[in-house]
Design a protein around this ligand. Sequence first.
Ligand code: DHB
Ligand code: FE
Length: 283
Amino acid sequence: MARVTWGLATSHVPSIGAAMDNHKTGDEYWKPLFDGYGPAREWMAQHKPDVAVIVYNDHANAIDLDMVPSFAVGTAATYDVADEGWGRRPVPPVVGAPELSEHLVRELIDAEFDITTCHRLDVDHGLTVPLSVYCREPGDAWPCAVVPVLVNVIQYPQPTAARCYRLGKALGQAIRSFPQDLNVAVFGTGGMSHQLAGARAGLINERFDRMFLEAIEHDPESLAALSREDYIREAGTEGIELIMWLVMRGAMSDKIARVHDTYHVPASNTAAALALFEDLGER
Ligand code: DHB
Ligand code: FE
């Protein structure tokens, strides 16, 4: 059977990808952020999954605002890297895991989550930057297959945090019921506090972020109990991306151990963080 082996929560800021693509990770601005990733990257390189289920949001690149599914799953054999207006990132195409995807879609629909199925999908920075955070130099191919799981966080009304946490629980069960012997990592992406436009543009809330970084391990229920308005007030209009971390946490068992975390301000307009957890539940 498949198992969830670890969970990675990470910001997905496009300029973090651009810093890697343009070999600027040693610059004064970027070095502290990338130094913070170091121990997590070493650990992940020693615990390579067969598949990464990456919970992310599209930013009106593959899915325009005419039709916005609350939850969607990619089922393709490969996903092209999206051109977000300045050319595609120079990273390999993303190889899918269609059998696992089809299984997850069926199991989630049977669990009463009405999933939209994406048979074709260009993946934007929300997915490719976390992949680069995991694997700095993929060469010609990423080291694992990927199942994209999309959450609408950009158009009101976003799904509630409680719904995302429950989706994660159903996702974890669905992964564990897949008959192939696979190691699966689950990524929750986005955050932490940030707001890109409007009167509060530039908002950072370190107090909220640090509370969230702690509670995602020990008390995810308290985070699931917050309303979308709580997220937007405390973490900013884009900080609500944090609800995707709850999908990752829900997919993991109750027995997890923190491997590493890091918190850094600023990365572009965000408070950037990474938190890596090993799942001890099935040993
Ligand atoms: C930035 C952050 C994001 O989460 C995003 O999707 C786009 C841009 C930023 O801070 O620049
Ligand atoms: Fe984003």
